[in-house]
Design a protein around this ligand. Structure first.
Ligand code: DQA
Length: 148
């Protein structure tokens, strides 16, 4: 399988910002952890991070048009809570997208309990730190295996 992991706004500061919420591992360390997991299953994985909303849309379009991936994990950061543009981009593509959050968004501020992306994603994982990405991959693999 080929997977793409997209991290959105402010996720580049992971390991440095709000460490009591997001932990002290950097995004590079988390990506290395995900890569190691994928290597065990002989899956390929690519990583993309941007703070720009439209760039997330561009990446989703590119993934679709170039048919490069079997599945995508998306941690859109705060865009999750209000970006109809990213929601429409997910709807536009035929690659399954899993919504991922490191923190338990349901146990935090009120605005984080709303996701405009969940409805168009195949599933959502939150609350397990870097493990949320792994859980998302497990779910995607199960789903893709059933669809084969
Ligand atoms: C986050 C949760 C979002 O509410 C927040 O804006 C983030 C990170 C998470 O991974 O827990 O930037 O997506």
């Amino acid at each position: 399988m080929k997977f793409l992991i997209i991290n959105g706004v402010n996720l580049n500061l992971t390991g440095k910002r709000e460490t009591s919420v997001y932990g002290t591992n950097t995004l590079e360390e988390i990506n290395a952890y995900i890569r190691a997991y994928c290597e065990v299953g002989e899956d390929s994985v690519e990583f993309y991070q941007t703070n720009i909303e439209g760039e997330i849309c561009n990446k989703l379009h590119e993934a679709f048009l170039e048919k490069k991936y079997d599945g995508i994990l998306l941690n859109a950061g705060a865009y999750t809570h209000y970006s109809y543009a990213i929601r429409d981009a997910i709807s536009a593509i035929d690659i399954p997208v899993v919504e991922v959050h490191m923190s338990n968004v349901h146990a935090r501020e009120e605005f984080r309990k709303t996701s405009v992306l969940s409805e168009v994603c195949v599933g959502t994982v939150c609350g397990f730190g870097a493990g949320s990405y792994i859980a998302g991959l497990v779910g995607l693999c199960e789903m893709l295996a059933k669809n084969e």
